[in-house]
Design a protein around this ligand. Structure first.
Ligand code: C2E
Ligand code: CA
Ligand code: CA
Length: 472
């Protein structure tokens, strides 16, 4: 072969090598950040975990999840979040010791693998160190982009040495770190896996409930503190599963919210509760709880229209209860819907007031009609006189803003007397009536009429007309 052919062959060989390298790069590297992609990271981590010298040492997986990207891409566009993600990846890579594996797992999360650690606490220290750095704002054009970051740490044990499992555990820890409102980092523990299993079980029970009509409503009476009259009922969703028994809404509502099932439950609650209310006296209101997801998926106003039309009750008899956390979800999407509800004629109640990130600005920026003071306040007031002062202050504030106030979770005559003395307008709780099925509502309503004609005696001492309620 002459030298020219040899040179051409050599150049072809080099070209092929370059192409192979390019293909290899495309298959293993995340194009935006230059970090390993999930697949390549998992493969390499598995190899490291199973090397004889690493096998005996402890290893840790850390996942970092970036919170707040939709907000930035919504206001500044996708190129801003792309820039932010690549800047954070570069920052993370710079902080890592030579040879440590780092990856971009998906749109908003990164991972770091520590193959040989002596002390598990070292992994937590590393997580915290990187987390702190990632939380520093990134300069972009003429502004600073800030995001929150959560971290989850999972340790490889002698029996559990699969990268996939470690990643799953780190991710569970990461999500729990985000939920607790703590420092933003957490270790994996088996209880988290149990929570995930239970959540999946609940979600499948919800599905069964939707398909086989296991859902139904209970109604809890609400009374006017001034005259003891029944003003209406709060509708509370119930699920009775043939195998799992009664499941609390405190458990199935969050599960339904995270799985997208809440829309169906929400419209069921609206339709069922308004239909029930159409059989009650014309002055009784029906309060229905709605979750932030119902506002976000955009079908709430239509659902409410439909429920009102089907039941034929006037809009002023329907109260929509929303919690403070709803406002946290996305004010720009939620505020116009609350306004639309008010224009429709519905009342809007701020529920669980005082438990979340209470911001006084909600009170004047949002056209609420009522506040519901959370049960925890009422209970705390039993032992801490200061809380009573707080309830009185909430009353003063509400009066000035033209808002009515309901106190919920009233269990004892002492609590009832206290909230009445504070000037609360409405009372709700086990003392004055537990949530009951639709079939028992008539008895409560009838009792009211009967009492109006012939007030009953009671041995519980309550101020004014409320005392009569406890006889029910
Ligand atoms: P919530 O809206 O704060 O409802 C009041 C909860 O307190 C109800 O619990 C009620 O049964 C309970 N309760 C009432 N009086 C007392 C009392 O005197 N003492 C005590 N200890 N508890 C009392 P429930 O029915 O278990 O509902 C829990 C939460 O689930 C509700 O809290 C609400 O946030 C949610 N939920 C219930 N039904 C629905 C629904 O249809 N849609 C949505 N989105 N959420 C719902
Ligand atoms: Ca409520
Ligand atoms: Ca509440």
């Amino acid at each position: 072969m002459d030298s020219q052919i040899l040179a051409e062959l050599e150049s072809l060989r080099q070209h092929k090598q370059r192409l192979e390298r390019d293909v290899e790069r495309l298959l293993t590297i995340d194009q935006l950040t230059g970090l390993l992609n999930r697949n390549a990271f998992t493969n390499r981590t598995n190899k490291l975990l199973n090397q004889p010298e690493v096998e005996k040492t402890q290893a840790a997986m850390i996942e970092f999840s970036i919170v707040g990207l939709p907000r930035i891409s919504g206001s500044l566009g996708r190129h801003a979040t792309d820039y932010l993600l690549s800047a954070l990846a570069a920052r993370m890579a710079l902080m890592l010791a030579e040879g440590l594996l780092a990856a971009r797992l998906d749109y908003k999360s990164f991972a770091v693998f520590l193959p040989a650690i002596v002390d598990p606490l070292y992994a937590l220290t590393e997580a915290r160190r990187i987390l702190t750095k990632l939380r520093e704002p990134v300069d972009w054009v003429d502004r600073k982009l800030s995001v929150d970051v959560m971290a989850g740490v999972a340790l490889a044990t002698a029996n559990e040495r699969h990268a996939e499992v470690l990643l799953e555990n780190a991710s569970l820890a990461c999500r729990s770190a985000g939920q607790r409102g703590g420092p933003g980092y957490a270790f994996f523990n088996p209880a988290l896996a149990e929570n995930t299993r239970r959540r999946a079980e609940i979600q499948s029970a919800i599905q069964d409930g939707i398909e086989h009509n296991y859902f139904f409503m209970h109604y809890q009476p609400i009374f006017d503190c001034a005259n003891g009259n029944l003003t209406g009922f709060e509708a509370l969703l119930r699920l009775n599963h043939p195998k799992l028994g009664a499941i609390s809404p405190a458990e199935f509502i969050p599960a339904a919210e995270s799985s997208g099932q809440i829309g169906k439950l929400g419209s069921f609650a609206l339709v069922t509760a308004t239909r029930a209310a159409s059989q009650w006296p014309a002055d009784t209101v029906i309060a229905v709880n709605v979750s932030p997801e119902q506002f976000l998926d955009g079908s709430l106003i239509t659902d409410i229209h439909n429920a009102l039309e089907l039941s034929t009750i006037p809009a002023y008899r329907l109260e929509i209860e929303i919690t403070e956390s709803t406002m946290m979800a996305d004010v720009e999407v939620i505020l116009p819907q609350i306004q639309a509800l008010r224009e429709l004629g519905c009342a809007v109640v701020l529920d669980d007031f005082g438990t979340g990130y209470s911001s006084l600005s909600y009170l004047w920026k949002f056209p609420f009609t009522k506040l519901k003071i959370d049960r925890s306040f009422v209970q705390a007031a039993d032992t801490q006189p200061k809380v009573r002062g707080l309830i009185s202050a909430i009353m003063d504030l509400s009066r000035n803003l033209g808002l009515k106030v309901t106190a919920e979770g009233i269990e004892t005559p002492v609590q009832a007397a206290m909230i009445q003395a504070c000037g609360c307008n409405f009372i709700q709780g086990y003392l004055t009536g537990r949530p009951v099925p639709d079939t028992d509502v008539a008895a409560i309503v009838m009792k009211r009429f009967a009492e109006a004609i012939r007030p009953q005696q009671t041995d519980i001492m309550l101020p004014g007309s409320l005392a009569r309620r406890t006889a029910m």
